[in-house]
Design a protein around this ligand. Structure first.
Ligand SMILES: Nc1ncnc2c1ncn2[C@@H]1O[C@H](COP(=O)(O)OP(=O)(O)OP(=O)(O)O)[C@@H](O)[C@H]1O
Ligand SMILES: [Mg+2]
Length: 240
């Protein structure tokens, strides 16, 4: 099933039938998880593996992934918007996401590409919804107008103890830690729990990946999940 053929918005707008020579629908894969869990590492590896099979594969990230959204990324990750509170941050994420979807993700899916995205709407649910204590109805409303029916076909949730993730992130970022990396250990423990709960709640979309192993082993677990769920390389478009 394509990302564009299901979901709430599809029920609101009149259905649009496939054109006779429309390209095969793309696939939308997102990576989620705490700081330093290995998302960016695995996004790149998966993109490279898909591209190595001759597939049109695009790597992108949130916040960001389009010219407008990258400007908003700086505003969020610098910490400049933090004093405004989780509602303002959620609104900024939504604005960035809308631009990212319109400028990057939807055009790629329309041409049949495999889009591999580093964080997406689940991060807003967890960071601003669970940890920021924002009303879930507000998060869902923002998601409905930004994401609409462009929901991920598969979400890989990288699971790692908070301490290990922070150690990895610190080794990488040093003094240049971003707004969320600067939060304390209890924040990151709650973050991990929230991502695990999210994966448990939506097993048809999400796969929890043990991210404690070395990058090669994690990449293999990711690939097994992608193969089992989306079957890259099959030409009949079948996905379980
Ligand atoms: N499986 C792994 N084992 C050990 N180190 C890893 C592993 N995967 C990635 N790393 C290293 O840990 C650091 C964080 O990885 P990466 O940037 O991919 O994580 P991330 O989830 O994207 O982090 P962030 O949430 O901060 O964006 C990097 O220095 C990376 O090289
Ligand atoms: Mg990253």
């Amino acid at each position: 099933m394509s990302a564009r053929s299901r979901g709430r918005i599809a029920q609101v707008h009149p259905p649009v039938g496939p054109e006779p020579h429309a390209p095969a629908p793309g696939r939308f894969i997102t990576f989620e998880g705490g700081e330093g869990a290995g998302k960016s590492t695995q996004v790149r590896r998966l993109r490279d593996r898909l591209a190595g099979m001759g597939l049109d594969a695009l790597m992108t990230r949130e916040p960001g992934g389009s010219t407008g959204a990258e400007i908003v990324r700086h505003l969020i990750l610098s910490g400049a918007a933090k004093p405004l509170g989780p509602l303002a941050e959620a609104a900024l994420f939504a604005a960035a996401r809308a631009d990212h979807l319109d400028a990057t993700i939807r055009p790629a899916l329309s041409r049949g590409a495999w889009v591999v995205c580093d964080r997406f709407a689940d991060s807003t649910r967890v960071y601003q919804g669970v940890l920021g204590d924002l009303d879930l109805r507000l998060i869902e409303a923002l998601e409905a107008v930004t994401v609409g029916d462009t929901r991920p076909d598969l979400t890989l949730v990288l699971d790692l103890p908070a301490e290990e993730g922070l150690t990895r992130a610190a080794a990488r970022s040093g003094a240049g830690a971003d707004r969320f990396e600067r939060e304390g250990l209890s924040f990151h423990r709650r973050l991990r729990d929230a991502f695990r709960e999210l994966a448990e709640r939506e097993p048809e979309r999400c796969v929890l990946i043990d991210a404690r192993a070395d990058a090669d082993t994690v990449a293999e677990a990711v690939w097994n999940a992608v193969e089992a769920r989306l079957r890259p390389g099959r030409t009949d478009g079948a996905a379980s």
